[in-house]
Design a protein around this ligand. Structure first.
Ligand SMILES: Cc1cc2nc3c(=O)[nH]c(=O)nc-3n(C[C@H](O)[C@H](O)[C@H](O)COP(=O)(O)OP(=O)(O)OC[C@H]3O[C@@H](n4cnc5c(N)ncnc54)[C@H](O)[C@@H]3O)c2cc1C
Length: 449
């Protein structure tokens, strides 16, 4: 079969690799002039690559670990010690071990014990997702851990990820986080990072696809998808279309449509809707796609001339601060890997329309400056050597109660047309490991409609 795969993120590349392996003729269309989608890297100079958005793996991420093995890169993944803190009530609180939890000042002592007991119970006893699917995290936490635990810990954490929608997020999202982050040794969490960024994985997948006769077309987006009696007609967008934004209707068509027997789209749901010709997707299916909202990720990467904090990951639980997380990459993968240079990501998840999404890197740093000084009073703008700003409109699907019933199926109502994107990663939080799993499932769904 001739198959078009739309999107060269992890899911699209893995699916194309599977389809090519099974003997199909595969073309991958990618809007961006590079591979990897949300896990894509940038060249930070000096021969180093770094992800646009902070990335690490958990020890439970077995699908991606197996893929590294399969591709003959078993030594690529390295496991390093992580350190996590909470910024609340004007100071940083270490937040990794049960002992840290027991000395977490913002919570009254009894509330700490109650919260600890509930977390252990969830990790050990909560085997099935079902009891957590239709209840909000807020209701569950307040019932089992107490109001203070919601107010001081989980409310701020979920606001960090889901902003104004935090109160609506389903408990199942938090439940899966608890279960997946339970390491063998609770005293110390180890996280994974590939020896030289995520990029070699994309290269290996590309070589596998091209080595089997497939094509991986970057800076060549899908602009329009139609169907006739003989199959699908895909019109590509002209090179440089990414400069027009994310909406495929704004892309200049390039040449005649190409014909395919099957199409697998791994693009965000709103992009999928816009590139499908009117009438191709039934209204009920479109309603389902639209019922899942995305928050945008806004990520400012700073190169600093010195360390910012002692931690890799800082959750910002102070609502006064205009960002939600500080991820100091070089407190995880040491500066010696980057010629002595240091990197800090300032993370945000925002609803579409937020004014912060309109700002450039310097303007955003102006907004963040006072907040950064609140976390580290010594911080000075002169520490910043360089900055990079990235925005991902489909950064985080919002997982609300009853999500499973609204989640779109892989096989769309159009025969031979498959959709696989981050809205279908459930109950786990989306991540590259689950993009690998989804790529496998999507390839199977494409081969057997
Ligand atoms: C801020 C942030 C931090 C993250 N941290 C982690 C982490 O620590 N660990 C982890 O494992 N995961 C992390 N993730 C999540 C992870 O990166 C994603 O879940 C995963 O990469 C999704 O892969 P995907 O292929 O499903 O989607 P995407 O990566 O979104 O791929 C979709 C692709 O489609 C392309 N596309 C869009 N429109 C078109 C078009 N018209 N035609 C052709 N192509 C098009 C896009 O350019 C993109 O390449 C993070 C994500 C973000 C935003």
């Amino acid at each position: 079969m001739r198959v078009a795969v739309l999107g060269a993120g992890v899911c699209g590349l893995v699916a194309a690799h599977r389809l090519a392996e099974a003997g199909h003729e595969v073309d991958v269309y990618e809007r961006w002039p590079g591979l990897g989608g949300q896990a894509a890297t940038i060249d930070i100079g000096g021969g180093h690559l770094l992800e646009r958005y902070y990335h690490h793996l958990f020890t439970t991420d077995r699908h991606i670990a197996a893929l590294y093995e399969e591709l003959g890169m078993p030594d690529e993944l390295e496991w390093r010690r992580s350190s996590v803190a909470f910024f609340a009530h004007g100071r940083l609180w270490p937040f990794v071990t049960p002992r840290d939890l027991l000395s977490f000042g913002p919570l009254p002592p009894l509330a700490r014990v109650r919260m600890g007991a509930a977390v252990v119970a969830l990790q050990r006893l909560g085997r099935s997702a079902e009891p957590y699917e239709d209840v909000t995290a807020r209701a569950w936490i307040e019932r089992w851990m107490g109001r203070a635990a919601w107010r001081e810990v989980w409310g701020p954490l979920l606001r960090g990820k889901f902003g104004a929608r935090a109160e609506d997020v389903a408990m199942v999202w938090l439940w899966s986080k608890f279960r997946l982050r339970r390491g063998a040794d609770a005293k110390e969490e180890r996280l994974g990072y590939p020896r030289s960024s995520w990029e070699p994985l994309f290269g290996a997948l590309r070589r596998s696809i091209e080595g089997r006769g497939g094509r991986v077309l970057i800076d060549r987006p899908a602009a329009r998808l139609a169907r006739d009696g003989d199959g699908f007609l895909l019109t590509a967008g002209a090179p440089g279309s990414f400069r027009a934004g994310h909406d495929p209707r704004a892309f200049e068509p390039a040449g005649e449509p190409e014909r395919y027997d099957r199409v697998l789209a791994t693009v965000p749901s709103d992009v999928f809707e816009r590139l499908a010709e009117p009438g191709l997707l039934p209204d009920a299916f479109l309603e389902r796609l639209r019922s899942i909202e995305y928050f945008a990720a806004l990520c400012l990467l700073l190169e600093l001339d010195r360390p910012f904090s002692p931690y890799y990951w800082t959750n910002v639980a102070d609502p006064e601060l205009p960002f939600v997380g500080l991820i100091e990459h070089t407190n995880f993968v040491g500066p010696e890997h980057y010629g002595g240079r240091r990197f800090l990501y300032v993370a945000n998840y925002l609803e579409h329309g937020s004014e912060l999404l309109q700002l450039g890197a310097d303007e955003l740093l102006d907004r963040y400056d006072a907040g950064l000084r609140k976390v580290n009073p010594d911080f000075d703008r002169s520490w910043v050597r360089a900055s990079w700003l990235h925005r991902e409109p489909a950064g985080q699907p919002i997982v609300t109660a009853g999500y499973r019933r609204r989640m779109p199926p892989l096989r769309t109502p159009v025969e031979g047309l498959v959709l696989a994107n981050t809205t279908q990663v459930y109950p786990e939080d989306r991540g590259t490991n689950y993009a690998v799993r989804l790529g496998d499932e999507a390839a199977r769904a494409t081969m057997t409609p």
